[in-house]
Ligand binder design. Sequence first.
Ligand code: SAH
Length: 248
Amino acid sequence: MDIPRIFNITESAHRIHNPFTPEKLATLGAALRLERGTRVLDLGSGSGEMLCTWARDYGAIGTGIDMSRLFTEQAKRRAEELGVADQVHFIHGDAAGYVSDEKAGVAACLGATWIAGGVAGTIALLARSLRTGGIILIGEPYWRQLPPTEDVAKMCLAGSISDFRMLPELLASFGQLDYDVVEMVLADQEGWDRYEAAKWLTMRRWLEAHPDDELAKEVRAKLTSEPVRHAAYTREYLGWGVFALMAR
Ligand code: SAH
């Protein structure tokens, strides 16, 4: 079981697989006013940076589940490196339908809401692992500017304009699901650059090391087109944020 190999190639050097910087992740942890010992569940935990740094900085404990074998290995190594391997636990597996035995104070899915069919389904899934009064975290894109055409949405790697909302509408949608938005931390364009531009050097180095790989042509094409596509589309049109929710 694994995610498509192209992501394990292009994001192999990422610690954070979304447009958040380490500073934003720390801001979010501080904003939640985590008490030491808070149990955090993270579905689609990537390379584990949120759980590991929150364990180090705020005394969090918890579990992350991710379908990428590589990212999960990196998460375990990161936990060792930060000296928090006794506080956090990473599972290589499918997070779809995952419900934890022990209830969490914070249940999160940052940038992987497709695992339960979208934002509403993911909130419902996370709620099953949450203790009463706990906080759900959803990391999700929104439109900074509404794309003028469906083609522009596709260049932002969205399926269609209707895949995402403008920020006020996204916030309103949480209310319609009967959740209060109790905090939010938004990525910025420099954060998008950290996420997207970091792939370019990784791709370049990978191509030099794997010229005959079956994915070399695809990676070459991406390296050629991605900087301009990112600057013209993702960077201009897409926002991204983490929204902290509590059931009303
Ligand atoms: N939350 C992490 C990773 C976001 S990227 C971070 O912010 O750094 C999306 C992640 O979802 C990737 O790590 C990918 O491997 C993982 N993923 C995709 N499908 C999944 C599934 N069905 N179950 C668990 N993880 C999945």
